[in-house]
Unconditional design. Structure first.
Lengths: 122, 517
């Protein structure tokens, strides 16, 4: 069953205020391109961005392309990006796409936030 | 619109029922008020009639006695004799009526009537009936009687006054009840008119909306027709391109075994999307490539063709897979072309090597005799994702009879679970390894999709080494330098040989040396 974009709002109160959290769930596919594209935006004020994909099980090539575009945008602004991946299937797709080296990848949110905090502090 | 009409009909019926119910209830209530008023009015009239009856009887008593006193004729006593026995009961009836009607203020006067009548009978009637009464006594007695009767008459008038007041109250209540009926009916009429107006306005708005929706629907149909026409035009172009970009025939080379299949997910997906290529290179080598362009249609088809041509032409300059992909990636990025995932490389039947690089594509699968099929390494960005990206060349030393299976993502993403998809593909490959079929690609496809719906395009290309190495060496020696690849590129075999003859001869000699040794 296709999931829905989760909390598209960023800067969740319980999180370090300078780290933005973008959460997507379900299967990321071309039918959700606009939704995904609008979720993957950068305001420029973030010290780090956490992509919480712990409930994402699939991503097609269009969605992976959006991820790449997002990575480029973040890299241009020197904003570190971490991804939390919860499913082996999605991890394998990330491996196909060679994105394992493009992002900081974690299997839990706490570790990703800790890493981003360190990166932002450094 | 149908739902809205249904809701409107229900609302209208409900409103009508409510209005009728209110009118009926109001009517019944007012009617009961009027009935009560009429009943009360009737009882008041009865009381008033009783009062007059009492007064008449009292006057009859007086008249009869005074006539007897003046004439001493008993005939004149008749009115008195008639009235005397009934006046007491009638006064009691009057008193009871006043009590029943709730006019307590009149009751003392009714009681006074009985007292006056008793006294009149005792004090006046007894004396006047005496025929020996002196004129002086008669006069004083009659005068006293007149005073009693006058007081009797005054009491009657007072009682009547109270009854009249009560009748006026009852009349006022009746008028008020009638007024309420008027207000109720008037209010209902106003409400009906108001609701009718609102309903009419709503119906007018609804009709306008239906008309707008009809017009919009017609406009959408026109747009759909235009889109369909545009689609058909694009499809004709796409079909033409499909003819132009039709998959090249697989090479026939004694040291290699090829098979391939391409199954589009739908008629619309025939053009663009997935492709594969296998081209013979000099020196018992074949270039292979498989890929998937994001999207379908003319753009995808043009990009696909461009990638294929760039890969082939680049292979002339530098056949190393990483360099091939890097060049294609630069061109696609510069032109903002759709992203492409691909595997490109070459197989060398002299050394039994598979050399390849991947770009965002699922890993190649290797089948070797006596071993379980396995997925090879993969992992790099899709072509066109970055202006500069270093792709990695993987070199697999294999054996005679080995087969490399390349495929597009549709072959493993049918369930959206790529790990399960890989396992199913590996199982199909293992089954294929046991078969003697030459069309391994189709066998794998049919095994994977046995009973499964095809949700995406699927392309499968297999490149295998001949199992008997001696055949390869013998025939390759005969064909050295006469590559059909050179012919397809439109250059003379000699020119190709001049460009790469030394290295090719070295490969051939090395291979020959192995076999001799």
């Amino acid at each position: 069953m296709r999931g829905e974009c989760g909390n598209l709002g960023r800067r969740l109160p319980e999180v370090n205020k300078s780290i933005a959290v973008i959460r997507l769930t379900g299967e990321l596919e071309i039918g959700r391109k606009d939704e995904i594209s609008s979720a993957l935006t950068i305001s420029g004020s973030e010290s780090g961005i956490l992509l919480d994909f712990s409930d994402v099980s699939y991503a097609d090539s269009t969605s992976l392309a959006e991820l790449l575009r997002f990575r480029d945008d973040a890299a241009r602004q020197n904003i570190p990006v971490a991804i939390v991946i919860g499913s082996r299937q999605f991890a394998r797709l990330i491996q196909y796409a060679g994105l394992g080296h493009a992002f900081r990848i974690f299997d839990n949110r706490a570790a990703a936030l800790s890493d981003l905090s360190l990166a932002a502090g450094g | 619109v149908v739902n809205r009409n249904r809701r409107t009909a229900i609302a209208t019926a409900s409103f009508a029922i409510i209005v009728i119910a209110v009118l009926v209830a109001g009517g019944l209530y007012v009617r009961s008020l009027i009935d009560q008023s009429f009943t009360l009015s009737s009882r008041l009239s009865t009381a008033r009639a009783l009062a007059y009856t009492v007064l008449r009887d009292q006057l009859d008593e007086e008249t009869g006695l005074r006539g007897f006193a003046a004439t001493h004729q008993t005939v004149f006593l008749q009115p008195y004799l008639r009235a005397q026995p009934v006046i007491g009961p009638v006064i009691r009836q009057l008193n009871a009526a006043l009590v029943g009607l709730g006019i307590p203020e009149a009751q003392p006067y009714a009681a006074d009537l009985a007292v006056i009548n008793d006294r009149y009978r005792i004090e006046i009637a007894g004396r006047l009936s005496n025929s020996h009464l002196s004129p002086q006594d008669m006069f004083s007695t009659e005068y006293l009687g007149k005073q009693r009767v006058d007081r009797f008459r005054t009491d009657i008038r007072t009682i009547n006054k109270y009854i009249e007041e009560r009748l006026e109250i009852v009349d006022a209540e009746v008028r008020a009840a009638v007024d309420r009926i008027g207000i109720l009916i008037g209010g209902a009429v106003v409400l009906v008119l108001l609701v009718s107006f609102l309903y009419s306005t709503q119906q007018t708005a609804l009709a306008a909306r239906v008309e707008r929706e009809r017009e919009r629907s017609a406009e959408e149909r026109r747009e759909a027709d235009i889109l369909r026409s545009a689609y058909l035009t694009e499809k004709r172009i796409a079909d033409t391109l499909q003819e132009a970009f039709v998959q090249r025939p697989l090479p026939t080379h004694p040291t290699f075994r090829f098979s391939a299949t391409y199954v589009p997910a739908s008629e619309e997906a025939k053009v663009g999307g997935d492709w594969y290529d296998a081209l013979e290179l000099p020196g018992n080598r074949v270039l292979f490539a498989i890929g998937d362009v994001t999207g379908h249609g003319i753009d995808a088809a043009v990009t696909m063709n461009r990638v294929r041509q760039t890969l082939i032409s680049s292979a002339l300059l530098d056949p190393m897979p990483a360099a091939l992909l890097e060049r294609v990636a630069r061109e696609l990025y510069a032109d903002k072309a759709p992203l492409v995932t691909a595997v490109a490389g070459f197989a060398d039947s002299n050394t039994y090597e598979f050399v390849y690089a991947t770009a965002g594509h699922p890993p190649p699968l290797l089948i070797e005799p006596g071993r379980a099929p396995r997925m090879l390494e993969c992992g790099s960005l899709p072509l066109g994702a970055m202006p500069e990206n270093e792709y990695r060349t993987f070199r697999i030393q294999s054996v005679p009879g080995a087969m490399l299976v390349l495929y597009t993502d549709g072959a493993i993403e049918h369930s959206r679970d790529v790990i399960a998809g890989e396992e199913i593909l590996l199982a199909a490959a293992a089954e294929a390894a046991k078969q003697s079929t030459t069309d391994t690609a189709t066998f794998i496809h049919n095994t994977v999709f046995n009973g499964r719906a095809i949700g995406d395009d699927v392309a499968i290309l297999t490149i295998g080494f001949a199992a008997d190495p001696a055949v390869g060496v013998r025939i390759s020696a005969d064909r050295a330098g006469e590559s059909s690849f050179a012919g397809r590129l439109g250059v003379a075999p000699g020119e190709v040989r001049a460009a790469s003859g030394e290295r090719r001869n070295a490969w051939r000699m090395r291979q020959f040396g192995k076999k001799v040794a």
